[in-house]
Design a protein around this ligand. Sequence first.
Ligand code: BGC
Length: 726
Amino acid sequence: MTDIDALLARMTWSEKLAQLQILWRPHPAEQEALAASGIGALFWPGGPERTNELQRIAMEQTRLGIPLLIGLDVVHGQFTIFPTPLAQAASFDLAVAEADARVSAAEARSCGVNWTFSPMVDVSRDPRWGRSVEGFGESPHLTSAFARAKVRAYQGRSLADPGTLAACAKHFVAAGAVEAGRDYNSTDVSRRRLREVHLPPFRAAVDAGAASVMTSLMSLNGTPMHANRWLISDILKAEYGFSGVVVSDADGTPQLVAHGTAATETDAVAASLGAGIDVVMGGPRLGRADGDALLGPGDVDPVRVDDAVRRVLRLKEALGLFDNPYTDPGAVRGPDADARTECRRAATRCVVLLRNEGALLPLAPSHRRILLTGPYAESCDHLGAWVQRFGLPAESLADALPRRFPEVEWTVLPGASFLDPSAEGIDDVRRSAPGHDLVIVAVGEPSDLSGEAASRSDLRLPGDQEALIEAVAATGVPFVVVVIAGRPLVVEDWIERAPSVLFTFHLGTEAPGALAEVIAGDAEPAGRLPMTIPRSAGQVPVYLEQENTGRPARTGGSLRGKTHDVQLEGPNNLDDDFTSKYLDLPLGPRFAFGHGSGYTSFALGEPACSAETVGIGALEAGATITVGLEVANTGARDGENVLLLYVHDPVASVAQPVRRLAGFHRVAVRSGERETVSFTLDGAALTLWDDDERAILEPGRIEVILTDGTSERSVSLELVRGAPGR
Ligand code: BGC
């Protein structure tokens, strides 16, 4: 055990500041110089031997011999690349996230990484924001559950164990609320929305023991997050009791100058440390073990600096680095067959069946000649955003499908490229399709169109891909569309002509094989949308947990018949005038959060609630309510279903969402059999935040809605003051 206080007492001011920084440098000589100068953390230099060498320098060539934190963005895999986090969320299965985090930690730690900048737990309700793909979608409840699962699985029982990584919940906070979905743009979010929507996943990560939290590059309500004392020090550290490390985002601290809230980079560093940031990523050198410091004790409170250093040293101690910071280059893990098997299974669980009107899926064994077309026919770009250059590449659908269906005669034509117009390619497909009994059109976004700094204003398939789908539809040959993307895409212009559509966010190394299994019916596409698919970019943000408005619309907009005033078309507008809707769009999104079906059919039983009335005092004291219902598989195939539990408070002191997710279960049910699914509701699930930022339980009726996206059941619960229960 290292005595942290004794070590701190021996440190000079400059040695302390040196510990409060992480830098990335490409050249080995620079990395070594940084390690020798007592820096606290470095980005992974690219191999176990190099990492060992840097640790050796830190341990042996600095006065205090403090080991290094070695950080890297291991977001959905080090070597074996799992589905992107948004794809994982579509599984509604925490085991998928756990498998990713376990394999990632084993592979990355075995080669010297000890700190991952993951999970991203930003709630995102705007698919224009490219970073939506790095998080778990639009629901605070779903995001919180995945945040907990990932943190626990990365960190294991003890960070000192091999195969663990210190997790980092990011980007604190409300990064997904950037105006207009443009990355790095300002955010302006009410305190109530922060409490109800954006903060809960961070709270969940902290409660799960997350070792670190990263602040966002955005300004929030006028204060850049890198200088936001209220959120970092008062809420995260004081209110939530977070005792880990708060790290800035890359160069986020010096960027306070560009934000216009600091005059110099030195002022910016002082403001960040003062606000509660413990480790500065990038920026000017803070301190050198045997040299000058950027700031003096008059610029930043020495007590605050000591607190930050203590947090860093405690993390190093928890990781066991003081005892042994080295790894065995002969024992590097992955990629290996076991990891790939887990990855394949995870990937099959993330696929969403958007529609299957023609019941073309799973593919009937009778197909003899199939045309595979679209840019994803032969593309191997399946890994998705935030993958390092050493991620294990994927094959293509043109490799995987013929292997799964060897008896079929396959024709493969590109048809269209991802981005460029390709009239000739589409003509080839038009000519070739009639000679086949089925066409599979594999379309989507290449990985580069999502992720950091990859916002889009147009949410349709890029390039000529929609024209390709239209051309195939016009041939009259039955066809299936497979969409592979980094965000929810607008599918409005073609979806009605495509009877069977699989939709997935990038699935990683095993994507093609997993999709082949789903297309064949070896695996069930029981994923559900973790983010709403809008009808058009103009409808964004559109999400399930919206408030009702004072004038909710009953019917949708349309431009089809004359109206008396604005000369637009649409009988619906006459029937339902002056209500909250767009004149030129049907009501609601194209596919809401939770949408998705499968290859079999289910019937839901009547829900049973353990109590019809519950005392608020009892809930506050920890009482819970159980809601259960039976799910019967009424189809001819074994299958899986996803049950979602929503709550709605119809009369509250502040407007509540029309429904709020409070539980989910993915359940496997054999054909002809039934399973009972049960949910537990606690006080937190029924709590609302009032305008004074108080979390309260209010008396009155709560509707509890259970749905699998196809049918719905509901039950009422009465919250009362005093008895019963207390
Ligand atoms: C991103 C972070 C990431 C960091 C380090 C930044 O640009 O916003 O999410 O962890 O870089 O790579």
